[in-house]
Design a protein. Sequence first.
Length: 138
Amino acid sequence: MPVNSTNSKNRGLVAESLTIFVCITCRKPEDPEYFPRPGAILAARTAEAARGTEFIVKRVRCLANCTRGLSAALRREGAWSYVFGGLDPTNDAAALVKGAELLARAGNGQMPWRSRPSVLKSGLIARIPPLDFPEDQS
């Protein structure tokens, strides 16, 4: 089912501005150098899992999280961005799409912790505030 704001079930969803970035060069240190790399497999499976949604899946070369790869990031305009590591190429594509759905629905721009798939809890590397972040932390 497409994810969009016209579907009553998905009201309040900001999917069209949400991008899932997946590192296609990611591999674990013990993985062989040859291709396809596990990151490329994760990217392909994530694109398949996101089919029928308005989420954009972009393949990127290196998210510089090599010690905790496989890596992916979720970014929504005006919201916090999230970087994840320790992902599995065959099992975690659906978790990334679920995380995208949660972030797309988040009125405050922050992905809710409790409803995240467990891999998005244990694999959280960083969250980055939006450019227009209003809070002064000094």
